[in-house]
Design a protein around this ligand. Structure first.
Ligand code: NDP
Length: 415
């Protein structure tokens, strides 16, 4: 049979022979070079780039503060978000650490405290005692929306900075009061709009606002999921403030505003509730709203508790299209940019180093506290969304477009 010559055949030759590859020599072990050992500058360990110019360099090394110097947080409410995302995210924080829990469920609180090595545990009616705990500098409100205002007041009175989950309240009136309470107590207030700290959303917003792809003309944003049984607080108006809109549609509203860097001047909305479904007697199942912006951009936003999960954002610009898949999800973002490539269409995918967006958000607030900065998403950002959500409900209720004059005291969003 003839030899198969379609594949090269390697035969081992002695090291250094002219005929074959050189095998590694067993040289003497030498101490690390500065390139390998790194160095310490201003309390941080630095390494020079060890990769060639063609490859992206490694991100900067994490430089966490020593635990005792980090901002101590009390986590208020031990529900799914607090246990599933927020407490685990502190492991990736560099400036913050969890030091106390506030809960209405003593057994659960004891269990979680043991899991995370947290000693201080309070009930909701003991939040005034936070004032005595110098380790606690901030509280993170992770309870149902309708409870945030009262818990914020207790935290602010105890002299603690407040990070509130979104939506910050049930309505604009509560949001205004929360801002006033924090001002009076001279503490900082931030709303946990995690997507504004997430790296793919940040890059998409940068691309849109840089003008590199021309002006944004049309945006599509959707945030849908299928809601389970009755009996959950999200279906109770007093605790939730609304249905799909404040819970998940808010990501479309706030996301579109953050992408464009402007506020809408007119909107139109429609609500649809399934007939005879007892879950939707107090809050809406599905709502779709259109926003018109001063730049001329239009956003079509849809949110529903009755449609299979999708959390995507698409931005059509003059010179290209951005697709941000899983824009509003906890993870799994993908950013694709379509644009003309000569006589063809090109689609580039940006592979950014994903980071835990909850950790980025918490560290941002800790940085504001440590260094006297203002949060990127302050209480006023949450109030703006509440005003807009009230205008969206008004439009749907009255079946008419609602114009918003931000400068006018008589604007519908200011009622
Ligand atoms: P859960 O229903 O999972 O947990 C809420 C927890 O709040 C409960 O377990 C309970 O904790 C406490 N609680 C106190 N009073 C009540 C009450 N009357 N009814 C129900 N719960 C009560 O809610 P989530 O964790 O999903 O949501 C909490 C907050 O986080 C909301 O504001 C929500 O909008 C926001 N959220 C934000 C997300 C994001 O991606 N940023 C995602 C999900 C939610 P305990 O037993 O310890 O008292």
């Amino acid at each position: 049979m003839a030899a198969d010559t379609s594949h090269p055949v390697f035969t081992q030759q002695g090291p250094g022979t002219a005929q074959g590859p050189t095998l590694p020599a067993s040289g003497a072990i030498r101490p690390p070079s500065e390139l390998d050992r790194g160095r310490v500058e201003n309390g941080q360990v630095l390494f020079d780039n060890w990769k060639g110019m063609a490859d992206k360099p490694d991100p900067a090394l994490p430089a966490p503060l020593p635990p005792a110097q980090r901002v101590g947080f009390a986590i208020v409410g031990l529900g799914r978000l607090a246990l599933g995302e927020i407490l685990p995210a502190f492991n990736e924080c560099k400036l913050a650490r969890p030091v106390a829990l506030v809960s209405g469920s003593p057994e659960k609180a004891r269990t979680v405290a043991a899991q995370y090595g947290i000693e201080a545990v309070y009930g909701y009616d003991e939040m005034n005692r936070l004032a005595e705990n110098a380790q606690v500098q901030a509280v993170y409100l992770v309870t149902p929306n309708g409870l945030h205002a009262e818990q914020l007041r207790a935290a602010a009175k105890a002299g603690k900075h407040v990070l509130s989950e979104k939506p910050m309240a049930n309505n604009a009136e509560q949001a205004r009061q929360m801002i006033a309470d924090c001002e009076q107590a001279a503490v900082k207030l931030m709303v946990a709009y995690r997507c504004q700290y997430e790296v793919f959303n940040r890059e998409a917003a940068r691309l849109v606002q840089s003008g590199e792809l021309g002006r944004a003309r049309v945006i599509e944003a959707s945030n849908t999921q299928v809601q389970g049984p009755a009996g959950q607080w999200r279906l109770n108006a007093a605790l939730a403030g609304g249905g799909a809109l404040p819970d998940i549609g808010l990501y479309c509203l706030n996301g579109v505003r953050a992408m464009l860097g402007e506020d809408p001047i007119e909107l139109y909305a429609q609500v649809v509730n399934p007939q005879g479904d007892p879950r939707y007697t107090q809050v809406e199942e599905t709502i779709s709203f259109m926003l018109r912006f001063p730049s001329g951009a239009i956003a079509n936003c849809s949110t529903s508790y009755g449609a299979h999960e999708s959390k995507d954002l698409r931005i059509h610009l003059e010179l290209g299209k951005l697709d941000l898949e899983n824009a509003f999800a906890y993870r799994g973002q993908r950013l694709r940019i379509a644009h003309r490539h000569g006589s063809a269409e090109a689609v580039d995918e940006l592979r950014l180093g994903a980071k835990n967006q909850f950790a980025l958000e918490i560290d941002h607030f800790a940085d504001c506290i440590l260094n006297g900065k203002s949060p990127r998403t302050p209480g006023e950002e949450g109030l703006q969304d509440h005003l807009l959500m009230e205008a969206i409900y008004c439009s749907a209720r009255e079946n008419r477009p609602v114009a918003i004059d931000w400068a006018s005291e008589h604007s519908p969003v200011r009622q």
